[in-house]
Design a protein around this ligand. Sequence first.
Ligand code: DGL
Length: 284
Amino acid sequence: MNFRKTEASKPIGMFDSGVGGLTIAAELLKELPGEKIIYFGDTANVPYGEKDEPQLIALADTITYFLVQKGVKAVVDACNSTSSVALDYLRERYALPIIGVIEPGVREALEKTKNGRIGVIATTATVMSRAHERTTRKLDPSVQVFGQACPKFVPLVEAGKISCKEAEAATREYLEPLMEREIDTLILGCTHYPFLSHLIKKFLGPEVSIVDPAVGTIKELKEILERNNMRNISLPSGFEEQEYYVSGDPALFKEVGGKLVGTSLGRIYQVPISVKIKKDRSAG
Ligand code: DGL
């Protein structure tokens, strides 16, 4: 890919079903100061974890198109559920770097595991796609991956309920079966879950390494930007200065998102998503 120098001044597009991608945005703001983010949270369609593959591809495509129209220089698919099934499609369709969250998480987990038994907690869609297993098999076929769907987590985080009894009970319910599998490394395979990492760490104890794919994802983005002379170091790097678009209620996103990241978010605009969504599996 050849990029002109002027590409550097353009923003980075990032999307998720809701507030989860803000965990990736936080890592970006920390590691790539000076860049500007245009963030899309598809809060009218959350949770993505209960949608099927064609729905997820259609949503990811619509949002990526929106971000490309906004003039971004790269897109971070800050959602495991869409990264699991839509990345190849998006990369073929759009002529700009598109970074997903699955492979960076798997790479770090492979570096950390000693007993070759990795757990992945994720949405139902991500677990069913077996994207982490496929990626692991490609990189190190000797390692075993155990997936656990955690459908109660995303609604709790979207409601800002990250320290209640319900969240503690769900943590136990989802992690107990993985402990029985004797995992020594756990991938947080949904970008909402780092907001629950205090409960997850407490339950697992110090013996299990926890991988937040945000770190590897932003490292990959940084390498791509630097290799292509697209790195911008000139803009303010707070959450407040970024630009946010949501398909649902902007006030709710501002309130919950701000509470989760511990600082006020910038201006939030509402943009409806026009893709036709069939009924969620959970809705029957
Ligand atoms: N945060 C997203 C993920 O990483 C989507 C969660 C959801 O909407 O179910 O999968």
